[in-house]
Design a protein around this ligand. Structure first.
Ligand SMILES: Nc1ncnc2c1ncn2[C@@H]1O[C@H](COP(=O)(O)OP(=O)(O)O)[C@@H](O)[C@H]1O
Ligand SMILES: [Mg+2]
Length: 213
């Protein structure tokens, strides 16, 4: 998935490498935890692997396609077809209901006719059956997280990425969310989770340690 990956940023007039020479392969049906303290580069790594950002050096393949060198439009198209990404702060649309947020990627892909029925079925599987008509502001943190996961899963992606999915949740909500993420491997998905939470590291098949920054 990643070969010789490096990302350099400029900060206060100084160039610095977040990481360099990173190689990573994630198989279908496998859950990998990207581990490291705050500032170690977890979000940067997921963004590169998702094709949301370009590496300074090295290559990234997503579902067999070299995403690191694609145009913005092609990379977005590849993500739509193969990747589900759960952002740390969810980015749900406040004026759409839970089920409409989940359905949104299908609507944008021109599949409006099937979008809402599929989103409702997925919401039920995520334990959100009775929350479909609620707006994000009316939902708990755990429920919002599950809506964000639903939106990431509606296109049935081959790869699911989640950035600090338990970061803002109480222990009980985190358990529900982690069960859902872990369960995706049984569906044949590759699951990549950035976290500094020992429960997630224990749950993963493998841990990639970014170390101290
Ligand atoms: N766009 C950016 N420009 C400059 N520095 C950045 C940028 N994004 C992240 N960084 C820096 O890169 C390092 C890694 O950040 P990040 O990937 O967000 O770490 P983590 O997610 O593990 O907390 C940090 O030192 C951060 O300040
Ligand atoms: Mg981060």
């Amino acid at each position: 998935m990643a070969r010789g990956l490096g990302k350099r940023y400029l900060s206060g007039g100084q160039q610095f490498w977040v990481f360099r020479g990173l190689c990573l392969e994630v198989e279908a049906g496998e859950m990998v935890c990207v581990w490291g303290p705050s500032g170690s580069g977890k979000t940067t790594l997921l963004s590169l692997l998702a094709g949301l950002e370009r590496p300074t050096e090295g290559t990234v393949h997503l579902s067999g396609v070299r995403v690191s060198h694609l145009s913005e439009a092609r990379s977005a198209d590849l993500r739509r077809r193969h990747l589900g990404f759960v952002f740390q702060f969810f980015y749900l649309l406040p004026n759409l209901t839970a089920v409409e947020n989940i359905a949104l990627p299908l609507v944008l892909a021109g599949q409006s006719a099937v979008a809402l029925p599929r989103a409702r079925a997925l919401a039920r599987r995520l334990g959100l059956g009775d929350r479909c008509a609620s707006y994000p502001a009316q939902l708990s943190g755990g429920e919002q997280q599950r809506v964000a996961i639903g939106r990431a899963l509606i296109n049935e992606p081959t790869v699911l990425m989640a950035d600090e999915p338990a970061g803002n949740l109480d222990a009980a909500s985190a358990t529900v969310v982690l069960d859902i993420l872990r369960g995706q491997t049984a569906e044949g998905r590759a699951v990549l989770v950035a976290s500094h939470n020992t429960r997630i590291a224990d749950l993963a098949d493998r841990v990639v340690d970014l170390g101290v920054s």
